[in-house]
Write a protein that binds this ligand. Structure first.
Ligand SMILES: NC(=O)c1ccc[n+]([C@@H]2O[C@H](COP(=O)([O-])OP(=O)(O)OC[C@H]3O[C@@H](n4cnc5c(N)ncnc54)[C@H](O)[C@@H]3O)[C@@H](O)[C@H]2O)c1
Length: 394
């Protein structure tokens, strides 16, 4: 399906399907075409901001204007009560973050304004987990330092002690926040590298535990050295016992600065800390200090407290590997996130029901015709008593 496109008077915005019955804005251009095909199928005119900078709330208010049915927004924006109020007054019904995390969205404020909020779980778990594991490898084997050494022409002779790193096999990985992504990282490292595992979460993850136990039993049946795993009673237990500590909780009041100076001190002096969750989960100033004082300690960071900035001193530390918040940045994943966000918005505008299953793969196939008529992930649907029309009536 092709999507007709024109530019509006503000050169930064392009309009797709200008004849569409409903007006939807997207504060960034997204990945692939499926998201636009979905919105066109559901009769939406889509105005897309092609500016690659962060829009201010004033600019977003201007873009919402006096009529806007739905918005696809970014984690770089603060969706607060004032924006949801403007959206409501413009006749808006729905906002979807193009992300699984939604700490940038005041969901109670959206609910108060009658706006349904969507997010995009289910397509970025593996991509994000793979980035966490990439950072583990990069830190353990000093990949960035060694790369810089090669490019600087410093490699003159093979030496027995050149860039000694850390072996993962047989060591312990600790996971804080063993939800979708945390448990996937845990399984990748336990199965792939035969690491022992310890996790802390507010809730027991029985499925995760069953998979770990099955792998442990498999190893003992095959006569290989086996792994141990356990759920810890406290976060501190995980922090103390881990050789690799990977953080995967959502950001809220309970996880802000979860890794502070005191907890960093509890870690093994030669451990690794990985953060692919959200920047403020780690006190970055304390981390700079800790990495400076403990050269054998490594950190791998995808996210930062003051993105896109780093705290002073971080970039000068050789024992820190940094990447620019790209954990979910694979083509398949970003195309899928775009499609899920689009379908969240299209569904609510067209009064379609919530999907009701964590398996959303049917939303991200090849053809728009295969996309189910439902909102894949509507966070506050229950609070708003939003049910859409029943599937039977569609
Ligand atoms: N770097 C990236 O690009 C990227 C990509 C995807 C997700 N994320 C972040 O990762 C987070 C997790 O994603 P997910 O899909 O696995 O979410 P999830 O909801 O499946 O998992 C989060 C887990 O954290 C646990 N948790 C929350 N607060 C806790 C606390 N105080 N103590 C212990 N456990 C706690 C929850 O119980 C849950 O099991 C997202 O919220 C998002 O912020 C980052």
């Amino acid at each position: 399906m092709s999507v007709e496109m024109v530019r509006n008077s503000d050169e930064r915005w392009v309009i797709h399907n200008p004849q569409g019955k409903y007006r939807v804005i997207s504060t960034k251009n997204l990945v692939g075409n499926l998201w636009l095909e979905i919105l066109q199928k559901y009769e939406c005119r889509v105005e897309v901001c092609t500016d690659r900078g962060v829009l201010s709330n004033e600019e977003i208010v201007g873009a919402i204007g006096s009529k806007c049915d739905g918005v696809l927004g970014q984690l770089t924006e603060k969706w607060d009560d004032s924006l949801f109020n403007v959206l409501k007054r413009a006749g808006g019904k729905v906002f979807s973050n193009v992300a699984v995390g939604y700490d940038n969205v005041d969901v109670p404020a959206a609910t108060k304004n009658g706006i349904v909020v969507g997010n995009t779980p289910g397509v970025l778990t593996e991509a994000t987990a793979e980035m966490a594991v990439s950072l583990v490898y990069a830190a353990a084997r000093r990949v960035v330092e060694a790369d810089q050494f090669m490019r600087a022409g410093l490699y003159k002779i093979w030496l027995p002690d050149l860039f000694l790193g850390k072996l993962l096999t047989g060591k312990t990985v600790g996971i804080i926040g063993a939800g979708r992504i945390g448990s996937t990282v845990g399984l990748m490292l336990a199965r792939g590298n035969k690491m022992n595992l310890i996790y802390y979460d507010k809730y027991q993850n029985k499925q995760f535990e069953a998979k770990l136990e099955a792998y442990r039993e498999y190893l003992s049946h095959t006569g290989e050295s086996t792994i141990e795993w356990r759920r810890a009673d406290s976060m501190e237990e995980v922090i103390r016992d881990s050789d690799v500590l990977s953080l995967h909780p959502n950001l809220d009041k309970t996880t802000f600065h979860l890794m502070n100076s005191e907890r960093l001190q509890m870690m093994k002096k030669d451990a690794m800390l990985i953060n692919c969750a959200r920047g403020p989960v780690v006190d970055e100033v304390a981390l700079v200090e800790h990495c400076r004082e403990n050269p054998q300690f490594y950190a791998g960071l995808d996210v930062f407290e003051d993105e896109p900035l780093m705290k002073p001193g971080l970039k000068d530390l050789p024992n820190v590997v940094v990447v620019p918040h790209i954990a979910s940045a694979t083509v398949w994943t970003r195309r899928g996130m775009s499609a899920l966000a689009a379908m969240n918005v299209a569904a609510v505008i067209n009064d379609l029901p919530p999907w009701g299953s964590p398996n959303v793969l049917s939303f991200v196939g090849e053809s728009v015709e295969d996309v189910p008529p439902a909102g894949p992930s509507l966070i506050n649907a229950k609070d708003l008593n939003y049910t859409g029309r029943s599937v039977a009536k569609l």
